[in-house]
Every structure is written in structure tokens, then in C-alpha cells.
Design a protein around this ligand. Structure first.
Ligand code: ATP
Ligand code: MN
Length: 282
């Protein structure tokens, strides 16, 4: 008999299926993680169109992005954008349902469905080439923060769960995609011009030796970035986790994972004012 269990009144099939062979992390561990983290995570998913990552067997096998709701409409909300249907979720049950369907990663748009053409969350994804040390990467993160501070822009830091860090700049919604994208590009080019030894905006991997690629291309319509608190479909189930600027030197990009994240939860989230009045105006 196949095992079954219910979480949030949703039947979890194959709860003991191992999704992360390296750490032995099972499907039920993933479901329980998302149930537990939902109060912190849901504000970042709120009315944002999703692209989710699932895998067929386990993370060592085939993975795929899912952007369109197909047979799952009872547990998602959906909208049409330029003739294609996209989906989003708004509560714990829908989050648990995603995990039941095999979703491991959640990636979100930079705008919300209530004003899809007014993006409000700018992301700079710092991708170190292989020969960049963690120390240099961290210096690079601080150089970007310095440029943002110089522009009087409040910014927030999270681990990617992979090789880099993501710097997130929240805005009150004012401008369109074109302005938003161009503004992020101007910042990336300014950063590169100021610190040529550190950064490159060259998309070609073979030309990035010793440098950090500043990926500002998440800031256009339809592009996504992995959401705060999302797991990553990589060895040990790391998490893209919000951290404080003070902890940059202490926490490496893939350090926080499904087994240890509780040690990194602080009384007050380092992103506590992210959704509040401190959003930048442009
Ligand atoms: P790392 O630190 O290892 O680079 P990352 O999440 O930044 O982790 P990237 O490969 O740099 O991974 O990708 C940046 C973002 O681009 C991802 O978080 C994801 O949202 C988006 N992305 C990448 N590939 C795809 C894809 N095939 N479809 C949709 N979105 C994608
Ligand atoms: Mn990256």
C-alpha cells in the first residue's frame, strides 16, 4: 500500500519519496518546510505571477520550469497576459498544494497582478565566475550597496542558495517596465565603470574571468527571480534566505538549507520593513 498523509487538508502522495538523494530530504520534508515558512514567505509571493521548478524523480534528474496552470486550477489563481495564462498563489494551502505537486522552487515576477505593468521589486543578481573567491564576492556585494546608498536607495540582501547573493531594491510602483529596466541597467553599468576589476555586465561566460557578472536582466516583463525563502533544487536543499547586511561576512550563499534554517531565523526578520513605508520612490 502506498503511504499517504494529509497536511492542511491536502493529501500528500508519496510522502517518503526522496527528492534530494545527497541529504535524504523527502517530499514530506519539503511540504512541511513550506507549511512552516509560509507566514514569512507568502508576503513575497502575494499576487506575483510564478514560474515554479519541479523535478520528475529527484534533483539529479530532469527539472523543468512551469509557468502556466494546466490541470491544477482549483488550487491556484490565474490571469491572462498577452493571451497566455499565468498563475499565482495567495495562501498556505495553495503553497502546500504546490509542494504536493512536486514544486521545489518558486520564482516571481517583479510586479503584482494588480498592476502588472508597474514593477516594484528590482533585483541585482551577482554571479561570480568560478575563480572569484567568496571574499571578493562579498566585497563586490558591498560595492553595489555603496552605489545604491549613494543613490539613496534602500536595499536588502539574500543568499541565492547557489553561488551568489541577490540584492533587492523595493520601489513604490510608479514607472513602467522600460524605465525600470533601463534604471537597473544604468546602475549595473555605473557599478561596472566604477569597479572594473570586480564587475562585468558581459553576458558571455568565457569573458568573465575573475569577475562578478551583474545580472540586471531580471528586471523586465516576464523575467523572474527566485523568491525569498524558496528552496533550491540543488544538493542539500539550500534556501534563498533573507539575511542582514551585518551577516554578509558570516553566511555563505548556499549555507542556509532545509535542515538548519531555524538556526538563522531571528526574532525580527532582517527584511522586516521591506513591505512597509520605506520603499524607494523613483
Ligand atoms: P546562483 O547564485 O547559483 O546564480 P540564481 O538563482 O541566481 O543562483 P541564476 O542561474 O543566476 O541562478 O538565475 C537567476 C534567476 O533567473 C533565477 O533565480 C531564476 O528566477 C531566473 N531563471 C534562470 N533560468 C531560468 C529559466 N530557464 N526560466 C525562468 N527563469 C529562469
Ligand atoms: Mn545568480
Amino acid at each position: 500500500m502506498t503511504e499517504k498523509t494529509k497536511i492542511e487538508n491536502i493529501e500528500i502522495t508519496n510522502p517518503n519519496k526522496i527528492l534530494f538523494p545527497n541529504s535524504g530530504t523527502r517530499k514530506i520534508d519539503v511540504v512541511k518546510y513550506y507549511q512552516k515558512i509560509s507566514p514569512l514567505m507568502l508576503p513575497f509571493l502575494d499576487r506575483r505571477l510564478l514560474s515554479v521548478v519541479r523535478c520528475h524523480e529527484n534533483i539529479n534528474g530532469e527539472k523543468f520550469f512551469k509557468k502556466h496552470p494546466t490541470t491544477e486550477k482549483a488550487f491556484v489563481k490565474s490571469v491572462f497576459v498577452d493571451e497566455d495564462e499565468y498563475f499565482y498563489i495567495t495562501n498556505m494551502r495553495e503553497l502546500v498544494f504546490q509542494a504536493q505537486m512536486g514544486t521545489l522552487e518558486f520564482h516571481t515576477w517583479a510586479s503584482k497582478v494588480s498592476s502588472l505593468d508597474r514593477p516594484d521589486t528590482m533585483v541585482f543578481d551577482l554571479d561570480p565566475s568560478e575563480d572569484v573567491t567568496l571574499g571578493k564576492l562579498r566585497e563586490g556585494v558591498l560595492l553595489l550597496k555603496g552605489v545604491l546608498d549613494g543613490l539613496k536607495l534602500n536595499s536588502y540582501l539574500k543568499t541565492s542558495g547557489g553561488k551568489g547573493y541577490h540584492i533587492v531594491v523595493p520601489f513604490s510602483k510608479r514607472k513602467d517596465w522600460e524605465f525600470f529596466g533601463q534604471f537597473s541597467k544604468d546602475i549595473a553599468l555605473l557599478l561596472e565603470a566604477k569597479h572594473k576589476d570586480f564587475f562585468t555586465s558581459n553576458i558571455r561566460k568565457d569573458q568573465r574571468h575573475g569577475k562578478i557578472f551583474v545580472d540586471y536582466l531580471r528586471n523586465k516583463k516576464g523575467a523572474t527571480c527566485v523568491a525569498p525563502y524558496s528552496l533550491r533544487a540543488r544538493e542539500n536543499a539550500p534556501i534563498s534566505f533573507p539575511i542582514s547586511w551585518q551577516d554578509l561576512g558570516k553566511i555563505s550563499p548556499n549555507e542556509i538549507n532545509i535542515s538548519n534554517f531555524e538556526n538563522f531565523l531571528t526574532k525580527q526578520s532582517p527584511w522586516v520593513d521591506f513591505h512597509g513605508q520605506n520603499r524607494n520612490k523613483i
